[in-house]
Design a protein around this ligand. Structure first.
Ligand SMILES: NC(=O)c1ccc[n+]([C@@H]2O[C@H](COP(=O)([O-])OP(=O)(O)OC[C@H]3O[C@@H](n4cnc5c(N)ncnc54)[C@H](OP(=O)(O)O)[C@@H]3O)[C@@H](O)[C@H]2O)c1
Length: 358
């Protein structure tokens, strides 16, 4: 059996662009929906063109034009939708009902992966309001898929590392601080963090895998199942400094959501953080017969650990290089010299030299 042809919808989005690249990298003939509504959004157009240059096919189609969706779907075997679902960005999960109708009419799709990529909406009990809306909407789409007899795989990707690890699990932060951190409750509830590129890799790995047909694929890379305190500790080790910890109780967190000037979209995000960090909703269940775990199915994927992900934010190495460049004329020599001599350098400078060799 050859590799499936893949259509990515929402391909210029935060996750979507990674899905397109992963699909191409894994050798799938890849199609990307080009919506006329994109108009003159130059960033999106440039991205679509870059996909084309990498070998993807651009397919015109719109959620307001049923026929165009049916035609797009007919070109492929697998449809992956990464339409927006984060309220603070935009939220269009229910638009997928139109896509479900198109897939039903086209009748050729071997697998549909709807826009999920987070908490398993079927496994979260008592989701906090108003964030429950995300899970309710995703369940509406699931029901339509299953009622329509469409073969599916749901991806439960847990926490996107860029959102959660980057901000040391603090809402509203996506860069790790070097002085203080707010700890949610006792900070010991375990969550699961997955680098966005790895989410895309696992997602594409699974599309032709019979083991995940009509199942949920949970992304639980074992080294990335960590509490907030463990994430913070890894950061502290990296920067060689302890952060000042400010504890935020569950009651105070919930009360802060209800403050008048907190917008609805923010409240939705806060409820999700509450469920993950105070309730431990990602790790309080075992994967049963209806699911599979990605790192077990695809052990060949060398996933990014939280530790390695955090290294992206450690500016000290970069600062050391800059300082070195300014203050050590020998660096200039080093850069120009094709086989650099080994200098006797100070501790930080020798790290710099090692970095540059790498
Ligand atoms: N677990 C986590 O931590 C986490 C974090 C973030 C997101 N997620 C999930 O990941 C999925 C993708 O989210 P994202 O943040 O990557 O999405 P996004 O970047 O906000 O948007 C993705 C795409 O949605 C499409 N879109 C937006 N408005 C549309 C409209 N009115 N009509 C048709 N298409 C529209 C656009 O596609 P075009 O390319 O066609 O313009 C856009 O590029 C969602 O299900 C979200 O819930 C999970």
């Amino acid at each position: 059996m050859g590799k499936s042809k893949v259509l990515v919808i929402g391909g210029t989005g935060y996750l979507g662009k990674r899905l397109v690249k992963a699909s191409l990298a894994q050798g799938h003939e890849t199609y990307v929906l080009h919506r006329p509504e994109v108009g003159v959004d130059i960033d999106k157009i440039e991205m679509l063109i870059s996909f084309k240059m990498l070998g993807a096919h651009l397919v015109p189609g719109s959620f307001t034009d049923h026929k165009s969706l049916v035609e797009a779907v007919k070109m492929v075997d697998v449809v992956i939708c990464a339409i927006s679902g984060v309220h603070i960005r935009s939220h269009n999960i229910l638009l997928q009902l139109k896509l479900v109708e198109a897939i039903k009419e086209a009748g050729n799709v071997k697998r549909f992966l709807p826009s999920e990529f987070g908490t398993d909406p079927a496994r979260i009990e008592n989701a906090t309001e108003p964030g429950k809306v995300t899970f309710d909407d995703k369940m509406v789409v699931r029901k339509a898929i299953e009622k329509g007899g469409i073969p599916f795989t749901y991806i439960s990707a847990n926490c996107f590392a860029g959102y959660f690890v980057g901000g040391l699990c603090q809402l509203g932060k996506i860069l790790p601080s070097r002085d203080s951190v707010v700890i949610h409750g006792d900070g010991n509830k375990k969550a699961i963090y997955v680098a966005e590129d790895d989410i895309a890799t696992y997602t594409i790995k699974t599309i032709d895998d019979p083991r995940t047909l009509n199942k949920t694929l949970y992304l639980r890379p074992p080294k990335n199942i960590l509490s907030q305190r463990e994430v913070v500790h890894k950061w502290e080790k990296l920067i060689g400094k302890q952060l000042h910890k400010i504890t935020l109780s569950k009651q105070d967190f919930l009360a802060s959501m209800k403050v008048e000037d907190v917008e609805y979209a923010q409240q939705v995000g806060m409820s999700h953080y509450h469920d993950v960090l105070y309730e431990g909703c990602l790790t309080n269940f075992e994967i049963g017969d209806e699911g599979e775990e990605a790192s077990k199915l695809y052990p060949e994927v060398n996933y990014t650990t939280v530790e390695d992900f955090l290294k992206r934010y450690d500016m000290s190495a970069i600062n050391a290089k800059v300082t070195f460049q300014h203050h050590h004329p020998r660096l200039h020599q080093y850069l120009l010299c094709p086989t650099p001599p080994i200098y006797s350098l100070s501790a930080s400078a020798s790290n710099t030299a090692m970095d540059m060799k790498a």
